[in-house]
Ligand binder design. Structure first.
Ligand code: 13P
Length: 246
């Protein structure tokens, strides 16, 4: 049985005051019925580590370097994230793919680093509106997952979460219908079955893209949707916790 995960991707939004307030509200809510994770920007990760110490709420970074250490100005290594207690890293978010030219090869390299450190990789995939309208949505998602499906071993998959985030639904207010999302999630699970039935049965596949408290329950009720990766709605405690309660 896969346990639902609700994860908040704060993107490049936060201040010390905002992060403190949001983290303490999430902590105080003491959500029991699903796993909860937050992905604050790098400067607030230590604050998350301190605030969430001894709690079940997990936290992670929104990106990491493909390199181990050295002369890579501006980069943050997996070792550093591990050092401050991060359990998770978001990899291949569509904003990183489109704005920062992150390739599938980089996604694989980052994922391998995260897994080698014993952390969880939350790997994001999803098609653009053009790709969906041209009938290529599944092909694109398959391509984005292809290197992982070929390279990762069965045990490594226990440290991977997939987030399906159709680009046209991110920050647009336009959510995939539960049926559209379920169809893609079932397709992703069929790809995972190519690794093994155990991987297909146990890997969590989150949906992301304009999830709110008002539409989360319907999405999470789908057989192959194991929670959500939440952007805008993760920035207010009431909305984020409303999603966690769905
Ligand atoms: P929104 O929830 O703001 O659409 O963002 C989704 C997302 O990109 C989460 O990673």
């Amino acid at each position: 049985m896969r346990r639902l995960l609700v994860a908040g991707n704060w993107k490049m939004n936060a201040s010390t005051d905002m992060a403190k307030a949001l983290l303490s509200d999430i902590l105080a809510a003491d959500v029991q019925h699903c796993d909860v994770a937050v992905f604050p920007p790098f400067p607030y990760l230590s604050l998350a580590a301190d605030t969430l110490a001894d709690s079940a709420i997990q936290f992670g970074a929104q990106n990491c370097s493909t390199a181990e250490a050295g002369a890579y100005t501006g980069e943050v290594s997996v070792g550093m994230l591990q050092d401050i207690g991060c359990g998770m890293v978001l990899i291949g978010h569509s904003e990183r793919r489109s704005l920062f030219h992150e390739t599938d090869a980089a996604v694989l390299a980052k994922t391998e680093r995260v897994l080698a450190a014993g952390m969880t990789a939350v790997v994001c995939v999803g098609e653009t509106l053009d790709q969906r309208q041209s009938g290529y949505a599944e092909l694109i998602v398959k391509q984005q997952l292809s290197a992982l499906l070929h390279q990762l071993t069965e045990p490594q998959w226990s440290q991977v979460v997939i987030a399906y985030e159709p680009v046209w639904a991110i920050g647009t207010g336009e959510t995939a219908t539960p049926e559209q999302a379920q169809q893609m999630h079932a397709f992703i699970r069929s790809l995972l079955a190519g690794v093994s039935q155990k991987v297909a049965d146990e890997t969590r596949v989150l949906y992301g893209g304009s999830v709110k408290a008002a539409n989360a329950a319907e999405l999470f009720a789908q057989a192959d949707i194991d929670g959500g990766l939440i952007g805008g709605a993760s920035l207010t405690a009431e909305e984020f916790l409303g999603i966690c309660r769905s």
